[in-house]
Design a protein around this ligand. Sequence first.
Ligand SMILES: C[S@@+](CC[C@H](N)C(=O)[O-])C[C@H]1O[C@@H](n2cnc3c(N)ncnc32)[C@H](O)[C@@H]1O
Length: 307
Amino acid sequence: MKWIKVKVDYFSDDLEETKIKLVNMFDEIGIKQIEVIDYFSENELDYNVNFSSKNDVWSIIGYIVDNRFANTKLNIIFNNLKEFQNADTEFMYEIYTAKCNDEDWQDEWKKYFHTINITDNIVIKPSWDKYEPSGNEIVIEIDPGLAFGTGTHETTSLCVEFLEKYAENREKVLDIGCGSGILMLIGKKLGVKKVVGIDIDEKVRDVVLENFSKNDINNDFEVIIGNLVDDVNEKYDLVVSNILVDVLEKLLEDIEKILEKGATVIFSGILNEKEEAFVKKAGNYNLRQIDRKEKNNWVSFVFKYEN
Ligand SMILES: C[S@@+](CC[C@H](N)C(=O)[O-])C[C@H]1O[C@@H](n2cnc3c(N)ncnc32)[C@H](O)[C@@H]1O
């Protein structure tokens, strides 16, 4: 039996809709049993049920959603890990750690995290893999910690592709929802002088610091714990944000206060069915689409700030 911890990253404002989506997600990906960990205290809550009873799952999800445990962690037992990885749902999630009552699983799960070439020149590797870079390849070492961002999720890799195209040698870049700091690290490696990351999840700070230290980057970066741009007082000419669309829509309402004239903004985490409405809304905040990429229904955009 294998336990996988999953970080549910986002809840929409529509709680009923969120509950239905989560329960359907679990149904789709073949979960047999789940256990909920209180994100803030790390205590296991009193829930540990078999998925055979949809009502039990409904009660767990209701509890999480009604209490607004954003970033709640779930321990999940799968019949088949592959089913989980191929799941097509509207929630972004990453496996970040695993435990199990089978000792071998400790190493077994590492099979699912490999060195990956996100672009021809950017490689992400976990610490346990050996990799000899060729030519000018940029190699970033990231271990899945408590934060989202290993590079395996489409929404992250699309941001990396856009950073490669738009970030080179910029003065400073802001990453809203920085997670593991993967995009900040890539920014630095691409020659950005200073990178600033914001995340609402306070655990992210240590993960980012650790990942920067692993990659021998010791200066000109900052992590702010806060909601979107509430605590940002400077302006930027490149901003990247990989969060789900409802959060990005909220971000749009305040984004102009942190944009320099002509700034470039990379948004990721938008399902293609929602892109039209998103681009329209962005237009209301003087953002004009200049680039677009799509992978497995996830769309990323680049906008130019025209004001
Ligand atoms: C999908 S992850 C992206 C992580 C990383 N930047 C990447 O591209 O892989 C989204 C991150 O946004 C953070 N987040 C969610 N809502 C937020 C908010 N309102 N303000 C700041 N960060 C938020 C989450 O904690 C999470 O770390």
